[in-house]
Unconditional design. Sequence first.
Length: 111
Amino acid sequence: MIYYILVILAVLASACSQMLLKRGASKEYPTYVRQYLNGWVSSGYLIIGLAMLVNIYAMSKGVHMKEISILESVSYLFVPCLSRWLFKERITWKKASAIGIIIVGIIVFFM
C-alpha cells in the first residue's frame, strides 16, 4: 500500500514540475539558452526526474506497470487544480466532467 502512495506522490510531484515548467516558459529571457536553462525549468526537470525514479522504485517493490499507468491519470486531476490555484486558469464544466469520468475509471479499475 505504501508504494501506491509513493506513486501518487510522484504523480503530484510531476504535476508540480509542470507548474514550474510553465512558470519558466512564461518569462522572457535575453538569450535562447537562458530561456531553457533557467532555475524554473531546471527545477521542473529535476523534480520530474526524481518522480521517475520513485516510479521505478515502486515497480521494483511489486507495483505493476499497468497500475502505475492508471495511477498516472490522477495527474488529470492535479494539473487543472494546480493551474487554477497558481495561474487562475478556468476549469470548465467540460473539463470537470472529464476529470470526474477519469476518477470513476480509476476507482473501477482498482475494484
